[in-house]
Design a protein. Structure first.
Length: 255
C-alpha cells in the first residue's frame, strides 16, 4: 500500500482498514481471488474487528463484578434452572420489551454471576449495560444530593442504559428520602429499559423494605408488573466451588 494512502486512511480513522489491506497484500492464498471477493473479505474482517472492539469496550464500561462470566459456564443442574430458559433469556428478547428480571435467593446461590453472564450476553449484542451494587448506588445519590444538576445528570445516565443491573437489592431497608430517589430512577426506566434486580429477599418483602406506604406502592408498580423472576437454587454454589478449588490446591501442594 502506498504510504500517502495509508497515512490518509489513518488520518480519517481508517488505520485498521489499512492494516487489514496490507495483510491481504502479503497473503499468497488470496492471490487468485477477484477484486470483489477480496474487497468483500476485507470489509467482513473490518466489521468483525470493529464489532469485537465495541463489545470489549461495552463490557469494560459495564463494570461487571465477573467480567468473564458466561452462559456456557453455568451449571444448570446445580442451579436447578432449565438450560432452555437461560438460552432464551440470553437471546435478549426481554430487552426489546423493556421487561425487568428478578434474581433472588440465598447468599452463595450464584445470583451475581448469573446477572453478569446475562449482562455480557447483552454487550455481545451491543446493548449498553451497567452493573452497580445498591449500597454504591445510594451512596452516589447521596453524594450528589446537594447538586441538583449533577444529581439529575447522574440519574439520567443510569436511566438510559439498556440494562441496569442492581446487585444487593434491598439488602437493607430504605428511608423515605432514599425511596424517593429510587422512584425517580424507575419512573425514567419503566417501559423504556430493562433492570435486573439481584438480591436475597423475595418480592413479597420488597414493599416493606422500600419503606412501605404510597412511595413503596409507586416503586413496586414500576417494577413487578413487567418482570420475569428467574428461579434460584437454595444450593450454596460458592461453598461448593470454593471447596473444589481448595481441594485442588491442597492436592497440588501435597503431591
Amino acid at each position: 500500500m502506498k504510504f500517502e494512502l495509508k497515512k490518509n486512511l489513518t488520518k480519517h480513522e481508517l488505520g485498521d482498514l489499512a492494516r487489514l489491506a496490507e495483510n491481504q497484500e502479503g497473503d499468497i492464498a488470496l492471490a487468485d481471488l477477484s477484486f470483489d471477493a477480496r474487497l468483500e473479505q476485507l470489509l467482513e474482517e473490518l466489521i468483525c474487528e470493529r464489532e469485537n472492539k465495541l463489545i470489549n469496550r461495552l463490557i469494560k464500561a459495564a463494570s461487571f463484578k465477573y467480567p468473564m462470566a458466561s452462559i456456557e459456564s453455568l451449571d444448570f443442574d446445580a442451579r436447578q434452572v432449565k438450560k432452555n430458559t437461560m438460552i432464551n433469556l440470553a437471546a435478549m428478547g426481554f430487552v426489546a420489551t423493556a421487561t425487568n428480571l428478578i434474581i433472588t435467593g440465598p447468599t452463595g446461590a450464584g445470583k451475581t454471576y448469573l446477572s453478569c453472564a446475562l449482562g455480557i450476553e447483552a454487550c455481545k449484542k451491543t446493548y449498553r449495560v451497567f452493573y452497580i451494587r445498591m449500597p454504591d448506588l445510594m451512596r452516589n445519590f447521596e453524594d450528589r444530593r446537594d447538586d441538583l444538576k449533577e444529581l439529575t445528570r447522574y440519574r439520567k445516565r443510569l436511566g438510559n442504559y439498556n440494562i441496569l443491573i442492581i446487585d444487593e437489592w434491598l439488602n437493607y431497608k430504605l428511608n423515605e428520602r432514599d425511596a424517593k430517589m429510587l422512584y425517580e430512577l424507575f419512573e425514567q426506566r419503566s417501559g423504556n429499559n430493562s433492570t435486573i434486580f439481584v438480591g436475597q429477599f423475595p418480592v413479597a418483602e420488597w414493599h416493606d423494605r422500600l419503606g412501605g406506604g404510597t412511595q413503596a406502592d409507586s416503586i413496586m408498580d414500576r417494577i413487578v408488573h413487567n418482570a420475569y423472576e428467574i428461579p434460584s437454587s437454595e444450593t450454596n454454589l460458592r461453598k461448593i466451588y470454593e471447596s473444589k478449588k481448595l481441594a485442588n490446591l491442597k492436592a497440588e501442594i501435597e503431591k
